[in-house]
Design a protein. Structure first.
Length: 173
């Protein structure tokens, strides 16, 4: 019997949902592109290889934008101190925006080496008029593959993965 935390994968219309959430090559980030961050304040704790950005944070990389209340960037620890960026953690009113879509969530973790972003908590993906909702969304930013998940199970249960698609219509007019 499936557990309450079983992940739901969309079927049938799933192809449309995955196209909506990832968009194949359009979702790719360029790991070689610089990461440009602005915020109201920033603090670096060298001993922890951590930089914390607070207040209306906006991080840009290539044509992708991440907005949040707070962003923490962890660098890999090396024998000499701190190396390259390892992961970025965003919290508070998180928006992940690409030219094709906008994703809203409570928090996000972007793993630089794995080239993946996981958004959790009240996830809403919007592309044009189409919308997908769930508890978490993981996107492989290299391949564009995505998976939306929910902790809710069973028909007519609130909180299940849900998508509303307008297949032959562009953005809302």
């Amino acid at each position: 019997m499936p557990s309450a935390s079983r992940k739901f994968k969309l079927a049938g219309v799933a192809a449309a949902a995955l196209m909506l959430t990832a968009g194949g090559a359009q979702a790719q980030l360029d790991p070689r592109a610089p990461l440009d961050i602005t915020a109201d304040s920033s603090e670096v704790i060298q001993s922890q290889c951590l930089s914390t950005w607070s207040g209306a944070v906006e991080a840009l990389q290539a044509n992708t934008r991440l907005r949040a209340d707070t962003v923490r960037i962890y660098s890999a620890k090396t024998s000499d101190g701190c190396g390259g960026s390892d992961r970025l953690e965003a919290s508070g009113q998180v928006y992940f925006v690409t030219p094709e879509r906008t994703v809203r969530a409570d928090s996000a973790v972007y793993a630089f080496n794995r080239q993946s972003i996981t958004l959790t908590g009240n996830v809403i993906v919007v592309q044009g008029r189409s919308v997908v909702r769930g508890d978490s969304l993981t996107i492989n930013t290299r391949t564009g593959q995505a998976q939306m998940a929910s902790n809710a199970t069973g028909r007519n249960k609130a909180g299940r993965v849900r998508g509303v698609f307008y297949p032959n219509q562009g953005a809302a007019r």
